[in-house]
Ligand binder design. Sequence first.
Ligand code: G3P
Ligand code: CA
Length: 314
Amino acid sequence: MLLLMLASAAAFPLDSVRRPLIIGHRGASGHRPEHTIESYRLAAEMGADFIEPDLVSTKDGVLIARHENEIGGTTDAADRFPDRKTTKIIDGKLVTGWFTEDFTLAEIRTLRARERLAFRSHAYDGQFQIPTFDEVIVLAQEFGKRLGRPVGIYPETKHPTYFRGIGLPLEERLLASLDAHGWNTRDAPVFIQSFESGNLRDLRTKTRVRLIQLGATAAMFDDAGLKAIASYADGIGAEKSLVVPVGADAATDLVTRAHAAGLLVHVWTLRADKEFLPAVYAGKPEAEFERFRDLGVDGIFTDFPDIGVRALAR
Ligand code: G3P
Ligand code: CA
């Protein structure tokens, strides 16, 4: 693990974590509708080191937690605002649905979350609100005090170029929220992640918070790519098959090469559902966590932080 080798690690309040960080992906989204306070709270209670809000903007410029700006699939927006349905081009793709940038925060407050995946429990559909980023920070800080250990946040900017293009940029408000809560510092338990590199490069000039470059292709993380990423980011967030290819016996050398470039390696996303768990783990999701731990990754995104914490405590 590279985490403890960072030059500034002494000030990092998570430096007592002697295993890969467990990152509650959209909270404990295997158990509750994703990106709700109830999902984040459960992740913290289960032992997650970080909770992960994906961030998009409302019409009035408030950052809220949703995986994408189209919210028809994860809320009851279609029932409450049927006339708000529209079609847009988002990052080059035609998308039809209901979009956060067409709703004020007051309107978003009237919505209730729904489970995205048909094969997961829908017992909590219609119960939980959509949280703002500020509310997620407050929750993490309160849980940190209550549990006597850091509970960090791992915000991801979603569609950052698109949002800047429509006059609702994410990054300045993200940093303003971190500032307001005292977490825009190098030793705060915060990672900012993005699939885009332009906004991370710009953020590097504006904050010392740790930055993670997400990627899902091997080309992005070849040696030249890693060298370039190391000039502005602290680590990579890699789709897990870039480390353990599906159906292959051997792992790749990505962890070794990224560490050699001075980069942390976090992988996404470990899920226990039979619909997601690779066959090689024979129905034992704990085995997947152990596999990535043994390969030396520094952090693991998971929808099931309970299973991750339990597996890595062994
Ligand atoms: O942010 C890491 C991982 O969550 C990226 O995938 O699509 O779930 O945001 P996504
Ligand atoms: Ca994410």
